[in-house]
Unconditional design. Structure first.
Length: 204
């Protein structure tokens, strides 16, 4: 029996529920296999062994058990995964919707340089084609500049690497744990490793 779709949905649900970036969670699984345990922000991932080529993991938060689940060992070794697609399920969307009622959201006009841990919902007005660049540290990266906004204004959002193709023009998106910086007088919304971009409604 193929457990992969159920595994993907479960990991995406954990990511949404505990505000952990999905790529970081997936990498923590591999790290836990190698080291026995791995911390992923507020979650501790423990490797409990393998049965029939499936790795068993225990997820805890402040010593409280959150979940125990299995992941196919071959699946853990896969590369080039489209993590943003994992979040696009009914179960994950319902979880995000429940959390929306508990979060406070900023409007674009309220955003100021230096603000952190920003939650915002907005529409995607413009996107550029992903560009391949070299960072100041000498690493190759892919970046997309996106213009998002609400009824109060617009702001530029930078999406890097696996997030570069995460959104499209016309999408309604939710951003969690972003920060605001500026460049040449222009406000920029940035998403670090702890930030999450979720598509609430895709453009038709």
């Amino acid at each position: 029996m193929n457990r992969q779709p159920a595994t993907i949905e479960h990991l995406a649900f954990l990511s949404a529920r505990h505000s952990v970036h999905l790529e970081d969670l997936f990498q923590c699984l591999g790290s836990a296999v190698e080291n026995g345990k791995s911390r992923c922000q507020t979650l501790m991932i423990e490797y409990r062994g393998s049965i029939k080529n499936e790795a068993i993991f225990l997820a805890t938060q402040e010593s409280v058990v959150i979940s125990q689940f299995r992941v196919d060992e071959d699946f853990l070794k896969r590369g080039n995964l489209r993590f943003e697609n994992w979040m696009d399920t009914d179960k994950v969307r319902r979880q995000i919707k429940r959390q929306n009622a508990e979060k406070s959201y900023a409007s674009v006009k309220e955003l100021r340089h230096g603000m952190k841990k920003i939650n915002i919902r907005a529409e995607v007005f413009e996107t550029t084609a992903p560009s391949h660049i070299q960072t100041r540290w000498g690493n190759n990266a892919v970046v997309t500049n996106v213009i998002i906004g609400d009824g109060t204004g617009k702001i530029r959002l930078c999406l890097w690497n696996e997030r570069a193709n995460a959104v499209s023009k016309g999408d309604t998106i939710q951003i969690t744990n972003a920060s605001v910086s500026s460049y040449k007088g222009e406000r920029l919304l940035r998403i670090g490793k702890s930030g999450i971009v979720s598509v609430l409604n895709r453009a038709k």
